[in-house]
Design a protein around this ligand. Structure first.
Ligand code: SF4
Ligand code: SF4
Length: 138
């Protein structure tokens, strides 16, 4: 059974539609705004659903993506949505799905579908569970 291993293909740090953009918790929104302010960058968020979540609206590359090194400049502080990708959380239904926009998912799709998600995406599922736990506390 394959375990998820990022190809660093950059697809998940480039956004061509709002629906693909990360959904973040209020505390993550505040931290992202602080990080952005320190760099003189303006971020846009839209409230989604009734759970107190925000859609971080990004057009093109994430402002924290370093194109040259193909890495996240705020890796240690990246939001849970980035930590759980290629898992996606639907803020309206609470459903977790697997993104077909991820190159690794496309390359391993057959095996993923027949596998145990806890084995394939252990860290990513943990990040998704943290979102649910934090939402329950709000
Ligand atoms: S915060 Fe980091 S991991 Fe998340 S989209 Fe931006 S560059 Fe990518
Ligand atoms: S799309 Fe998938 S393989 Fe590509 S950088 Fe994102 S998580 Fe990694």
């Amino acid at each position: 059974m394959p375990k998820f291993q990022c190809f660093r293909c950059l697809h998940c740090c480039f956004f061509s539609s709002e629906d693909e953009c990360p959904v973040v918790l209020p505390r993550e929104k505040r931290r992202l705004e602080e990080l952005a302010e320190a760099e003189g960058v303006e971020l846009t968020f839209r409230k989604v659903g009734n759970e107190g979540l925000y859609r971080w609206v990004i057009k093109g590359y994430c402002p924290f993506y370093d194109v040259r090194s193909r890495g996240c400049r705020i890796y240690e502080e990246r939001p849970l949505a980035c930590r759980m990708f290629p898992l996606l959380l639907n803020p309206k239904t609470g459903e977790v799905s697997v993104s077909r926009a991820c190159d690794w998912v496309v390359a391993n799709f057959g095996e993923i579908m027949s596998g145990d998600p806890k084995e394939v995406f252990p860290e990513e599922l943990n990040a998704a569970l943290t979102v649910f736990k934090e939402l329950r506390k709000q």
